[in-house]
Design a protein around this ligand. Structure first.
Ligand code: IFM
Length: 443
């Protein structure tokens, strides 16, 4: 396995999952702060008030990145840290934090990839309807324009949204913040998220950003029918339409497509799409970020809307100790999918890939993570060798962090974070990944 010399290796994190300092230095509350402080919503009712305390320890964390030898680091900015009410008043201390972070990364020779939105919506905006309110596209545009100006010439690569399917989980299903379980609202929130993305891309293009790039991050969990029974194939199509195809169709083809429109319209869940929306959403991007963890094998006999939390949904084979199916070919399939089915020829980054430690795993000697990442890198390298335009790989995650409604129960880091002392200890996968990066492949 040998990656090209300009292939970027990195790690990824997100603001809410690692920063902590949830109400410090003028930060406003996010929907996940509210959710975490509401009994019964997150694992053991423990909110992310401190998380991995990255807000105070970012220098130590960047020193770890330096030791690892990464060429890039993907992180997200917290909208409510920068704009406590979501619009209007700017919190200078919030911008300054990201300024210090970016300066420190550049100083270490690490190229920042900044995500504008990784799920931590300002609560003040949720109080005005949040992602279900179409106005959010303009609120997001103004936030994006502010940070583009602030970081012009410093951040070479931006992602607008991380995994917009989170809008469905938060507004359609209610298991994520802000906790609405209304399918119509969920689909409208997904559409509005795409509008917000389009507005941010336009705002980016209006500014002089020589060499800088903008894209979006979508997670691909390909659905494979359990049998060749037409009901299983129909379910696979439906689930893909409800997830990544709902985003890629308008982003890359300029339309939701007949299959989606014809199913959602009679269900009453087709979002309101106004004149100009589809053109806005299809504003050209510079790269696609793909988050790939595995695939889902679907069976009409075992149709569970929360398949990722369901023990009964164990179709497929070769499961990791944590219950996830080990299917490293998923990365290769995702890369091929955007090229072959959507005609995407531009750069692709694997913006997330990783796995959680099993509950009873050794906290430091994480051999399963090594096996998992190695498998994925092998398939990615194969895609690159066959000519795919894949430019980088970000391992999720640098640190053990706060896994949303699963709280601290799922640990994805290549660096262990002691939940009490917050002490960082590199795991076996850290040394292994460092070796991969320095060899640009696996021996
Ligand atoms: O932790 C999450 C991340 O925030 C989004 N992608 C999947 C990761 C692991 O579940």
């Amino acid at each position: 396995m040998a990656f090209p010399s300009d292939f970027l290796f990195g790690t990824a994190t997100s603001a809410f999952q690692i920063e902590g300092a949830w109400n410090e230095d003028g930060k406003g509350p996010s929907i996940w702060d509210t959710f975490g402080h509401t009994p019964g919503k997150v694992y053991r009712d423990v909110p992310a008030d401190v998380a991995a305390d990255h807000y105070h320890r970012y220098r130590e964390d960047i020193a770890l990145l330096r030791e690892l030898g990464v060429g890039s680091y993907r992180f997200s900015m917290s909208w409510p840290r920068i704009l406590p009410e979501g619009t209007g008043r700017v919190n200078r201390a919030g911008l300054d934090f990201y300024r210090r972070l970016v300066d420190e990364l550049l100083e270490a020779g690490i190229s920042p990839l900044a995500t504008l939105y990784h799920w931590d919506l300002p609560q003040a905006l949720e109080d005005r309807g949040g992602w279900a309110n179409r106005d959010i596209a303009l609120w997001f545009r103004d936030y994006a324009a502010l940070v583009f100006e602030e970081f012009a010439g410093l951040v070479p690569r931006w992602a607008t949204l991380n995994e917009p399917i989170s809008m469905w989980v938060g507004y359609g299903m209610g298991t994520f913040a802000p906790g609405h379980a209304d399918p119509r609202l969920g689909k409208q929130a997904m559409h509005n998220a795409l509008l917000a993305h389009g507005e941010a891309v336009r705002a980016f293009r209006e500014r002089d950003a020589p060499g800088a790039e903008i894209g979006i991050v979508v997670d691909i969990w390909k659905r494979h029918p359990a049998t060749d029974n037409p009901a299983d194939q129909a379910l696979a199509d439906r689930d893909e339409d409800d997830s990544f195809r709902f985003f890629f169709n308008p982003l890359l083809k300029g339309a939701y497509g007949e299959r989606i429109v014809e199913r959602l319209t009679p269900e009453g869940t087709m979002p309101d799409v106004l004149d100009g929306d589809l053109e806005l959403i299809a504003s050209p991007v510079d790269f696609l970020g793909l988050n790939v963890y595995s695939r889902v094998v679907v069976s009409a006999e075992n149709d569970n809307p929360i398949w990722w939390e369901s023990d009964s949904n164990r179709l497929g084979g070769n499961f990791l100790d944590n219950g996830l199916e080990f299917y490293p070919r998923a990365a290769y399939d995702a890369i091929r999918l955007v090229r072959d089915e959507y005609g995407w020829q531009g750069p692709v980054y694997i913006t997330e890939n990783g796995t959680a430690d099993a509950d009873d795993a050794d906290p430091i000697d994480d051999q399963e993570r090594i096996r998992y990442v190695r498998g994925f890198l092998e398939w990615i390298e194969r895609a690159v060798r066959e000519g795919a335009n894949v430019r980088g790989y970000y391992l999720w995650s640098l640190l053990d962090n706060y896994e949303w409604n699963a709280g601290f129960s799922k640990r994805y880091g290549i660096v262990h974070v002691d939940p009490d002392t917050l002490k960082r200890t590199p795991k076996a996968s850290f040394a292994w990944y460092r070796d991969v990066i320095s060899r640009r492949g696996v021996a």
